[in-house]
Every structure is written in C-alpha cells, then in structure tokens.
Design a protein around this ligand. Sequence first.
Ligand code: FES
Length: 224
Amino acid sequence: MTDFIKNPVVALPERNPAPHFSEQELVFSAEEKARIARWVSQYPTPDGAVMWVLWLAQEKFGFLPPEVLRLVATELDIPYAQVYGVATFYTQYFKEKKGTYVLDVCTCFSCQLTGGCDILHYLEEKLAIHAGETTADGCFTLQEVECLGACGSAPMLQVSNGPFVYCLTKKKVDALIAALRAGRMPGFTSVTLPQDEDEMGGNRRTDVESTIEYAALPIAVRTR
Ligand code: FES
C-alpha cells in the first residue's frame, strides 16, 4: 500500500510487520473455542460475533497486532479485512501494545466545555508524554477519545476500558495517578448532573467530591 501512496494524510500500517507472537502462542484454548462457538450461535452469520472474539483476543494477548486479527478471522472464517475494519474503527481495541493503564480522556463536546482539554494537557505534562504515547516505564498510555456517554458528569476519563472517573479536577487526576501507580483503582466518581442546578447553587462542579463507585466490566468477562 505504501508503494503507491506518496503523501498519506495518516500514518499507514506496515504491510508485513514482524509478528509479536509465535505460531504456538496463536491459538485459542478449547474453553475459548467453546465460548466463541456459543457467541457465533447467537447470530445469523459468524461475523456477528466478531466484536466478542476481538475482545476475547485482546484480553488474552493484551493487544491486537495483525497476526492476532488473522487468528480471529480464521476462527470465524471471515475475511481479514472485515476483522481489521472493526478493530481499527474502535479505540477500545488496542492495535499496538499499551501501558499497564490506558487513560482515555474524553474531549468531545460536553467534556471540552467543562475542561476536558485542560485535563488532557495536565496529564500530558504530568506523565511527560503526548496523547497517543506510553510512559517510558510502561505504566500509562494516554489517549484522547470521543464521547464515552457520560456527558452529564463531564469532564471524564476511562481507565483501561473499565472504570469511568467523572467530574475530573487536577486534584482528582493527581489522586488517580498516585493510586494507579500503587496498583489500585480508587473508588471515587461523582453523582450525575442534578435535574435542578439551583439545588447546586447553579454550579454543577460542586458535586466533585461526591463518591459513588461505578465500574463497567470488560465485556469478555461477562459470561453467557
Ligand atoms: S462528551 Fe465526554 S462523555 Fe460525552
């Protein structure tokens, strides 16, 4: 592809990158194959289960390099391009190796209006990396993402496709980073936007210190 595209506007993937996993590693276990078969049985055609299987593969291998995408395509007996298309559409699927914690900072409309970009830049300075990069110690990957559906509690970020951390402040970011470095996910988030802002003195950010825990389970952890 890179042979005939002279000035690509985005970085093109390498055509034949060196594989990260050996042939021996690139297998699904009998138990994983049974789960895949169960998912496939829920759809008219096997490609319906592609998101489930990609998620399973990501949990197993940590990320989704081309050889893992090929394994998924082979397992479902669908074209590689179809699997590639789905994997590259969603930021939640990691196409390259990430840090131990992936911080997805939302800078979409509501989050941007309430300081999401400031939070992103604060994290860039604090971690000494730019969005899209991983810290030298491999602890954090920082990403800028689109709306994660928690606009009422903006600005927010998500940790490794899991817990949402709402109503961010720099102080809250400091506490989050310190806790994650210590290997634990703090339990704070926040109440959502009250119906009547007058109750909050017209300032929705006064709910910043409220604590209600919410953590979404990675989808592949939910068994059917
Ligand atoms: S705009 Fe950030 S969660 Fe919707």
